[in-house]
Design a protein around this ligand. Structure first.
Ligand code: ATP
Length: 357
């Protein structure tokens, strides 16, 4: 049985539906990330699991207990918020020990536990400091130690990295993932940052408008988005409209492209194709490989390790494609605006999303 089971969970704020019959199950030890744009309901879902927001209907079962109506204090979780939410007037040690049960932890056991937790988050020896003396990243590590102090069954992280600068964000997300691996604590993290979600999650729950669009591993949601929203929200994607020419082949403008996913579609059916920028390959100008066409380079964006090349495919009015090439791949090839290139697309990489077209 799943460690955390959410069934038909709904929540309204006045006339606004923040969660619309959400179903989800999370296994013990999993690291699950709720991902979606601002206002999609991910924080509301996290807060409902904690009991901080009470659902209007539906059920939450944790470790076999129906906790739907349990007060916050009776639930088994530790939580870290976006803003560090440490008590400014308490030392680091007192912040971390705040939730520890005084009956089970006498003074020395408490001190040992605080020391152990500070070791765990990589900040040994700062017991006596106060929050104002710490950097944002350090405060978030202390908040993490505090959330883990009682060894909860569930760790909830509400955008814990979004107040940090880019470098610290990447560093801390790696540390959080390593810590979670070490402790095996079931973890749910909320973020609107797709790269962060892809980097840390075992599974990503992509949300939009109070509903779950897709649940899958990072690879699944990126490579096999179930809906146009997911394709668009995670990573960059090119969208091409066309029609099935014959089974397994799609006509886009004057070009007929092999497309594995169009195998089961009837000729004539309108389809929308999704193509990742990195799935476009650069061919020799005279290469006539299948699924290749000419394009005019419109714009080149330098992105450090990569370049993004915006191009207009030959004889396709109103269509622009963005390709992404690594600098190594280009190996010095210049692609100035106006250049004519020949590009190819693997038939496995042209994705058709069911019901679209
Ligand atoms: P964000 O990243 O902006 O926090 P989110 O996906 O976490 O986005 P939620 O915080 O879950 O979104 O909020 C979902 C919607 O519910 C939002 O439109 C928000 O304005 C609304 N909402 C949340 N809390 C309340 C509240 N207490 N009262 C009224 N509306 C609320």
């Amino acid at each position: 049985m799943s460690y955390l089971l959410i069934e038909a969970l709904s929540k309204r704020f006045g006339r606004f539906t923040a969660l619309d019959r959400v179903d989800l199950s999370i296994e013990r030890g999993e690291f699950v990330v709720f991902l979606g744009p601002s206002g999609c309901g991910k924080t509301t879902l996290l807060r409902a699991i904690a009991g901080l927001d009470r659902q209007d209907s539906g059920r939450i079962v944790q470790d076999g207990d129906d906790i739907s109506q349990w007060p916050v204090a009776a639930r088994d979780f530790g939580i870290v918020f976006q803003s560090y939410a440490l008590f400014p007037n308490l030392s680091v040690a007192d912040n971390i020990a705040y939730g520890l049960d005084n009956r089970r932890f006498d003074r020395s056991a408490r001190a040992r536990r605080v020391e152990e937790l500070l070791q765990l988050v990589g900040l040994p020896g700062i017991q006596g400091k106060y929050p104002a003396q710490l950097s944002g990243g350090q405060q978030q590590r202390v908040a993490l130690a505090r959330a883990l102090a009682t060894a909860p069954g569930l760790l909830l992280l509400d955008e814990p990295l979004s107040a940090l600068d880019a470098l610290e964000r990447v560093r801390l997300r790696g540390e959080i993932r390593a810590l979670q691996d070490k402790l095996g604590v079931t973890t749910v993290m909320v973020t609107h940052d797709q790269e962060e979600a892809l980097a840390v999650a075992d599974r990503i729950v992509v949300m939009s408008h109070g509903r779950i669009e897709q649940v899958g591993t990072p690879r699944e949601v990126y490579r096999a988005p179930a809906t146009p929203f997911v394709a668009d929200f995670i990573g960059r994607v090119n969208v091409l409209d066309g029609a099935v020419h014959e089974r397994g082949r799609v006509q886009v403008g004057p070009h007929v492209l092999d497309c594995e996913q169009a195998r089961d579609l009837s000729p004539g059916a309108a389809v929308r194709l999704y193509l990742r920028p990195e799935d476009i390959t650069l061919l020799g100008v005279t290469d006539s490989a299948p699924n290749s066409f000419y394009a005019h380079v419109r714009k080149v964006e330098f992105l450090g390790a990569h370049v993004a090349v915006v191009m207009k495919p030959d004889r396709m009015e109103g269509v622009e494609l963005t390709a992404q090439f690594s600098q190594n791949y280009l190996n010095g090839t210049e692609l100035p605006p106006g250049a004519i290139v020949r590009v190819g697309v693997d038939r496995r990489h042209l994705r058709v999303i069911a019901g679209e077209g």
